[in-house]
Design a protein around this ligand. Structure first.
Ligand code: FAD
Length: 125
């Protein structure tokens, strides 16, 4: 790799990663257990340390300090990630994404989540 890096590869990695992250938060339970909430928060803090683009990782670590991951529900986590991605978009001069379009943009192709309905039953009286 050159000193300047490879912008095409960096953008490709970014698109694939954002797709994974948004799809993941949109599959997070509506009523997460305390353990699931901790797992999601820990995931993002580890992710920020491990993301392969060092410049991106450093910025994302700073972003997490300002905007800590929201883990109280699927919608809270999904909207938090949408805002975080919009912060990155702004810094890179990209357009703001409308966060009310998340559900129609991301389809994991995995059908209904059996563990989600179990959690809903457990959390609903
Ligand atoms: P992307 O930003 O990759 O988005 C892909 C698609 O997601 C868009 O086409 C749109 O359909 C949708 N989308 C856009 N915004 C949102 C949103 N807010 N919520 C939900 N969906 C949305 N690149 C750098 O050059 N410097 C950096 O410092 C940098 N930091 C990064 C940090 C992280 C954590 C990640 C994952 C990537 C980072 N990148 C960085 C890469 C950069 O964010 C883009 O992925 C890359 O530039 C490709 O941009 P894109 O225009 O194809 O759209």
């Amino acid at each position: 790799a050159s000193k300047m890096g490879n912008e095409t590869a960096k953008a490709e990695l970014g698109r694939a990663t954002w797709r994974f992250l948004h799809t993941m938060t949109l599959r997070f339970p509506d009523h997460p257990t305390p353990e699931q909430r901790t797992t999601l928060s820990t995931f993002f803090h580890s992710f920020a340390l491990l993301y392969p683009c060092g410049e991106c990782a450093n910025h994302f670590q700073e972003l997490l300090k300002e905007l800590p991951p929201q883990t109280s529900s699927r919608m809270a986590a999904s909207l938090w990630l949408c805002s975080a991605h919009n912060r990155v978009n702004k810094r890179l001069g990209k357009a703001e994404f409308p966060c009310d379009k998340l559900d129609e943009t991301y389809d994991c192709g995995c059908g209904p989540d059996p563990s989600a309905s179990t959690n809903d039953k457990a959390a609903t009286p």
